[in-house]
Write a protein that binds this ligand. Structure first.
Ligand SMILES: C[S@@+](CC[C@H](N)C(=O)[O-])C[C@H]1O[C@@H](n2cnc3c(N)ncnc32)[C@H](O)[C@@H]1O
Length: 293
């Protein structure tokens, strides 16, 4: 099992029945094994009732790896045998993550970001976007920097580290190619920050190179050992990922986020995430925006 996927937390209880889970072709025992594995590797808590979704996502892996049953796939995955070797762990995780995102999702965070950028103009600003998915979020941060700061030197003082556990979405993010009707993009932003595809790329947009250069992509598992090191971050965007974690995992991640953010730094979280229980670490500053204590 790859080290970066190592477990930090104990698994939830395993289901232990051979009966098919309702609404899917997974037995309750197989669903329990999948739940246990994804929880231990990614901290993702799959609630009961997700059997059909899990089955539909795993069936593609079964086809691609030539396994005729979920039981044989899971056994090969766990033992790391045959064609289902180390890289299959990554494919397994990739297929179970949910990657929904869009440009300028939760607009008020980008207004707060612009305010911070104006207040700290001329100073280096380190931003971590730790569940970056297909890139819309880190590029929205980069667009905000380009629109807020007036000189190229001020813009390049902003560095954005964009990470995710899912290597497939990170590859998409690095390509920086989006549909021209991508959600959340205004005509003015499309014009300013993107190159338009022509010929067989008609209908596609690519983020301009000067903006792409502000963002560095890397795989980081929030449950893993290899978090970014070095100078503390000024801002962290950790949005719509902790909803997949249980309360104990959320608290463990918040403690680690506290350690990598500078005092007074901001933590932006998703619209349905509330961490007021971690009041010794973060203080609510505005809608889903916390200050690191
Ligand atoms: C719903 S998307 C949110 C994307 C973006 N932050 C937003 O709010 O639009 C959740 C992302 O979290 C990532 N993720 C899930 N578990 C993770 C983990 N343990 N470490 C890092 N990223 C994880 C998924 O791969 C997915 O891309």
């Amino acid at each position: 099992m790859p080290e970066h996927l190592s477990a930090l937390l104990s698994p939830p209880a395993l289901a232990n029945s051979s009966a098919a889970a309702p609404g899917s072709n997974l037995t309750a025992g197989e669903f329990g094994r999948v739940r246990d594995l994804i929880y231990r590797h990614a901290g993702i808590h799959l609630p009961e009732g997700k059997q059909a979704m899990v089955y539909s996502r795993l069936s593609r892996r079964l086809r691609e790896t030539g396994h005729r049953s979920t039981a044989s796939y899971l056994q090969a995955l766990e033992s790391g045998s045959g064609a289902t070797g180390e890289s299959e762990w990554q494919a397994f995780v990739n297929c179970l993550t949910t990657n929904l995102t869009s440009f300028f999702r939760e607009q008020h965070h980008f207004e707060a970001l612009a305010e911070e950028l104006r207040a700290r103009r001329g100073q280096a600003m380190r931003i971590w976007c730790c569940a970056a998915s297909t890139g819309e979020e880190p590029y929205s941060i980069a667009m905000t920097a380009a629109e807020t700061l007036d000189t190229p030197a001020a813009v390049t003082a902003v560095t954005i580290l964009a990470t995710d556990i899912d290597t497939q979405v990170l590859a998409t993010a690095e390509r920086a190619v989006y549909a021209s009707d991508a959600r959340g993009l205004s005509a003015a932003r499309t014009q300013r920050h993107f190159q338009r595809g022509t010929g067989r790329n008609a209908g596609l947009l690519r983020v301009r190179p000067e903006l792409r250069r502000l963002v560095q992509f890397r795989q980081v598992n929030l449950m893993g050992q290899h978090w970014p090191t070095g100078e503390a971050f000024d801002l962290v965007f950790c949005r719509n990922v902790m909803i997949y974690f249980d309360a104990a995992t959320q608290h463990a991640v918040l403690q680690r986020l506290h350690a990598v953010l500078r005092p007074g730094g901001l933590l932006f979280v998703g619209h349905s995430e509330n961490f007021s229980s971690a009041s010794t670490l973060f203080k609510l500053r505005g809608q889903t925006t916390y200050v690191r204590i």
